[in-house]
Ligand binder design. Structure first.
Ligand SMILES: C=C(O[C@@H]1C=C(C(=O)O)C=C[C@H]1O)C(=O)O
Length: 293
């Protein structure tokens, strides 16, 4: 067979992305097990024991709906949900249906009194560093992110920006963007969006930008989640401005004094936690893989 260097290279990249997704599946399973631990404790305290067929039926129905939307076969998702339930049963020391799990060997016998209470928090600080190290770096998940259709990305970005910048949009501090084109480049995800101001909102357009702010996904998230200020990130060259200096500097000044209190509380918490998590994952990964992220 002919060896096609480009195809080989792409094959390696695609397999690397699959490894990243598989790591993600295991991390999600670890997070699920933490939640099952909490559920088991709460069930024991409220006098509930054993399996809950209604809950399981509901879980299967939800999973089938989602699976059919994204084109995953019914049988696959049924097996996956059954496997998750079996794992949860094994964890709780109750009999599952055993879909390929060695329940007898692996059962973690937990009587009511043995289940220790666990803080209901999945904050980054409670995640073991060895788990964080296995989080794939953004460049590994880049092909997946880029597979999201452009119009979905644009709609999401416009929505997020309209919430984060609600006040500047109202009070006129974004007027300098009228008819101007500012780019945001997420270097490690290979994404670039161009924004302009139109009809009272920032819109994503397809034109070439006049100026751009470039940074890694983690650094941009650190800025959005107020874990780092714009000044520090620009000074460290974690964020870089290119193109029209005046437009770039005006955007940079706005970033530096964005009113955080006006961002909805839920979004503030999500951004702050997400940014903290991304930073810890980057540090854990750098420690393990000696710098590359
Ligand atoms: C975790 C529970 O125990 C069992 C396992 C379930 C699961 O894995 O999600 C769901 C229902 C129960 O049969 C629960 O009751 O929620």
């Amino acid at each position: 067979m002919l060896s096609l260097p480009r195809e080989r290279w792409l094959l390696d990249r695609a397999r690397g992305a699959i490894d990243g997704v598989d790591d993600g599946l295991i991390l999600l399973l670890a997070a699920r097990r933490r939640l099952v631990h909490i559920v088991a404790w709460l069930k024991a305290r409220t006098g509930m024991t054993g399996r809950d067929p209604h809950r399981e039926k509901y879980m299967h129905a939800r999973a089938q709906t989602l699976a059919s939307r994204v084109g995953v076969p019914d049988a696959t998702v049924r097996t996956l949900v059954n496997l998750a339930i079996d794992d949860a049963c094994m964890q709780q020391g109750i009999a599952g249906d055993v879909h390929g799990l060695d329940v007898g060997q692996g059962r973690v016998g937990m009587s009511r009194s043995m289940i220790p209470p666990m803080p209901i928090s999945l904050a980054p600080s409670t995640l073991a560093p060895h788990l964080l190290r296995w989080m794939p770096p953004p460049r590994r998940v880049a092909p997946l992110v880029r597979a999201i259709p452009g119009r979905w990305q644009h709609a999401l970005l416009e929505k997020a920006i309209s919430r984060v910048l609600a006040l500047p949009l109202r009070d006129g501090s974004l007027d300098f963007m009228k008819g101007r084109r500012l780019g945001i480049e997420v270097s490690d995800l290979g994404l670039r969006w161009v924004l302009t101001w139109a009809d009272g909102a920032l819109r994503v357009i397809t034109d070439e930008p006049e100026a751009s702010v470039r940074g890694s996904a983690t650094d941009l998230l650190l800025l959005a989640g107020r874990r780092e200020d714009a000044d520090t990130l620009f000074f460290q060259r974690a964020l870089v401005l290119t193109g029209d200096t005046e437009l770039g500097l005006t955007a940079r000044n706005l970033l530096e004094r964005l009113p955080w209190e006006d961002v909805p509380l839920g979004l503030r918490i999500a951004l702050h936690r997400g940014a903290g998590f991304a930073r810890m994952a980057r540090e854990a990964h750098r420690e393990r893989f000696d710098g590359s992220y």
